[in-house]
Every structure is written in C-alpha cells, then in structure tokens.
Design a protein. Structure first.
Length: 78
C-alpha cells in the first residue's frame, strides 16, 4: 500500500480525468508525478506549465542533459 493516496484512473473525473486521458494518449501511461498530484489537479497543471516554460527557452537536448545532470547530482535514478 502506498504512503500517498492517489486517485486511480477508474475513479478520476473532471480535470483529473482529462489529465489522465491526455497522459495515456501521449505517453501510454500516467507518470507518477501526475498520480501524486491527483488530489489537487490544479497543481498538476501548474507543474506542467512550469515544465513547458522552462523547456520553451532551451533545446530538447539541453533540457535532457540538464535533467540528467541534476538526477546524477541528486543520486536520483527515477
């Protein structure tokens, strides 16, 4: 049992259901960060807006390298 309650796909409705459907269509799965924010879908949308704003100012390759470097520095395998 997880320590953080998340709303399962079958129970999602409204904007959360839209977020889940979009992620499944786009990625084929629902990323964990969207599940963690499932009780507050507006936070999930704000997180996506933040990511899009950051990505819009750099090439995809640079974004990936920065993300990889940060993960290495934080010893994060996720």
């Amino acid at each position: 049992m997880p320590y953080i309650y998340t709303v399962p796909m079958e129970e999602a409705d409204g904007s959360l259901r839209e977020i889940y459907d979009e992620q499944i269509q786009k990625l084929g799965y629902i990323p964990n960060y969207h599940k963690v924010f499932s009780l507050r879908p507006e936070v999930s949308l704000a997180w996506r807006n933040l990511q899009n704003t950051i990505r819009s100012k750099m090439r995809l390759r640079r974004f990936e390298l920065v993300t990889f470097a940060a993960a290495l520095a934080l010893k994060c395998g996720y």
